[in-house]
Design a protein around this ligand. Structure first.
Ligand code: NCD
Ligand code: ZN
Length: 352
């Protein structure tokens, strides 16, 4: 049936996990998100991290100032949870119109996570405060100890930390960010309705061969790292199942090409340039284009208790070439599928 579909209009989607950075990179990347999404949850892992509502509001203003003049795109801000986060700050988030959640990075788990939480049990009182005030907690779910195999870090985090957090704080709304394994999918499916999850385009489209087979390809290196094919299949099944626990979060994470193509390349895939087109490829592969709208436009808004967007976007079956680089005077960013063809193209977007 999907084979006959060559045009798709869906409600305007949102991106529930996005890195836009700051300064000149921000100006280059934000227009990509703004042309296809109504809103995005903005990650707080700047250097230094965004840890207070006051900082988040300044960052929000910087993002708004970087948007194209006619854009109605709304950045939804988050705070970076640290061992020093106070319960007063949690209350401020609960009262803020513009700050929507806290992000937990286990210390050292990923790009700019040095300020993250070392001992997670030590911040349980903060989880209790978030539970009480109805503030969602977004979790980068990986253990960080050097002795753990990088491909096992998500599963070990779920078994040793996340299952305990969800048991102790059943009313805390948790987003398990960027799922990468079958076990993570099963965990989210079995958890109560306060547990949701985002899934990235790269984890739906690629397995770990993309990074390592036939040469080391740093533009596919992100964290949590791509896994085996059966995990990709499980993610595709979850994303296209219609289950409202699963929603779109690109984790688009721009880095200068020079820092990716490096002896110690940094983690993050840039996907904002073609986010919806990439998801459409994955959903089409699964014969489930009819499930894209729920995943991209409804489930996340419902989970965050925000109104669904009233605008629409249209995707058409047209082939186009992804540029090799996106450049401004200061930066060069290599996007996902650089120099390759995509078969879906965003042809219209209207923000209600
Ligand atoms: C992200 C980044 O670059 O900020 N990198 C990544 O590989 N996903 C951080 C993160 O979300 O883990
Ligand atoms: Zn991220």
């Amino acid at each position: 049936m999907d084979k006959l579909i060559d045009k798709l209009t869906i409600a305007l989607p949102d991106d529930w996990h996005l890195h836009v950075r700051t300064g000149s990179i921000l100006k280059t990347v934000i227009r990509h998100s703004a042309r296809q999404f109504g809103r995005a949850i903005i990650m707080p892992n700047l250097k230094p991290p965004i840890t207070s509502v006051e900082q988040a509001l300044l960052y929000r203003n910087e993002i708004l100032a970087a948007l194209p003049a006619d854009s109605a795109f709304q950045p939804l801000m988050t705070l970076y949870l640290t061992g020093n986060t106070s319960s007063e700050e949690i209350q401020k988030v609960a009262e803020s119109e513009h700050v929507h959640a806290f992000k937990l990075y286990p210390a050292g788990a990923t790009t700019n996570s040095d300020a993250g939480v070392g001992n997670i049990e030590a911040v349980y009182p903060l989880f209790a405060a978030m539970e009480k005030h109805g503030v969602p907690l977004l979790i980068h779910g990986e253990v960080t100890n050097a002795e753990y195999d990088i491909f096992d870090r998500e599963k070990i985090f779920i078994d040793s930390q996340l299952s305990q957090i969800t048991q102790q704080f059943p009313a805390l709304r948790i987003v398990a960010e960027h799922l990468t394994t079958l076990e993570a999918v099963q965990f989210v499916e079995a958890a109560n309705d306060n547990v949701g999850a985002t899934i990235t385009p790269q984890h739906l489209l690629y397995n770990r061969n993309a990074i390592l087979a036939g040469g080391i390809r740093p533009h596919f290196y992100c964290l949590p790292i791509l896994k085996r094919e059966h995990h990709r299949q499980a993610l595709l099944k979850a994303a296209t199942s219609g289950n409202p626990k699963f929603f779109l979060g690109t984790d688009s994470a721009p880095h200068p090409t020079s820092l990716k193509e490096n002896a110690c390349g940094c983690a993050g895939c840039y996907s904002a340039h073609a986010a919806l087109e990439l998801y459409a490829e994955a959903f089409e592969q699964a014969g489930a284009l009819d499930k894209l709208e729920g995943f991209a436009s409804f489930h996340g808004a419902d989970f965050y208790r925000l109104p669904r967007n009233t605008g629409t976007i249209t995707l058409e079956k047209n082939s186009w070439s992804v540029p090799a680089q996106y450049e401004d005077t200061d930066n060069r960013i290599t996007p996902l599928k650089a120099g390759e063809q995509l078969h879906w193209q965003l042809t219209a977007a209207c923000n209600g």
